[in-house]
Design a protein around this ligand. Sequence first.
Ligand SMILES: Nc1nc2c(c(=O)[nH]1)N[C@H]1C(S)=C(S)[C@@H](COP(=O)(O)O)O[C@H]1N2
Ligand SMILES: [Mo]
Length: 196
Amino acid sequence: MRREGPGILILLILFCYCAGCSSPTSTLSSSNATIPADDYSHWVLKVNGTTHKEYTLDELRKLPSTTGYGFAVSTVGIKYGPYVCKGVLLSDLLEQVGGISKGDHVWISAPDGYVWVFDYDQVQGTGFITFNESLKEIPPPPLRILLAYEFNDTPLTYNDGAPLRVAIISDEKGIVTEGSAWVKWVNNIEIHRNPQ
Ligand SMILES: Nc1nc2c(c(=O)[nH]1)N[C@H]1C(S)=C(S)[C@@H](COP(=O)(O)O)O[C@H]1N2
Ligand SMILES: [Mo]
């Protein structure tokens, strides 16, 4: 039998260390880094802009909801969807903390250290790259950034990104977007203001 040397362990430790270092703010290493599979009673979403708000999952579910079709492709070309995604619009959450203006960016992150940055145009639903189901690039229809808590009328599973995941949605069914923007396990949203 082949023995793995200590190399793999060192690589793993290095990887974890680097992932921690890349966290842009200390809020990312928050206490809910290990979320139990089904109990989200201690989970909160932090939204930071001009003001700061926190939402439990119950509170998010009580906000006005939006549904749309979401279909994503991973960097290795695996497609997932189309899903009927239900959740809260990013633009609605941002309005609650002061809204965003041209030049601002929105950082959406998760306890694993993953961060995706959306620009102002993307928050308005434009400026995304879209594909058809054969993964041929097509001109983007109107899109919206959703913080989804349900796919196909079912709460997200842990692997889907429970309890909250970014979904880029459309009113059309076959619109594929890049999976890298579909942040799983979202617990932090920050508006970064244009410095001028
Ligand atoms: N929190 C978090 N979200 C993430 C990622 C990640 O590493 N961490 N990877 C992204 C990338 S690069 C892709 S392609 C999709 C993969 O989605 P899947 O794991 O459901 O296949 O999730 C995105 N969301
Ligand atoms: Mo990816």
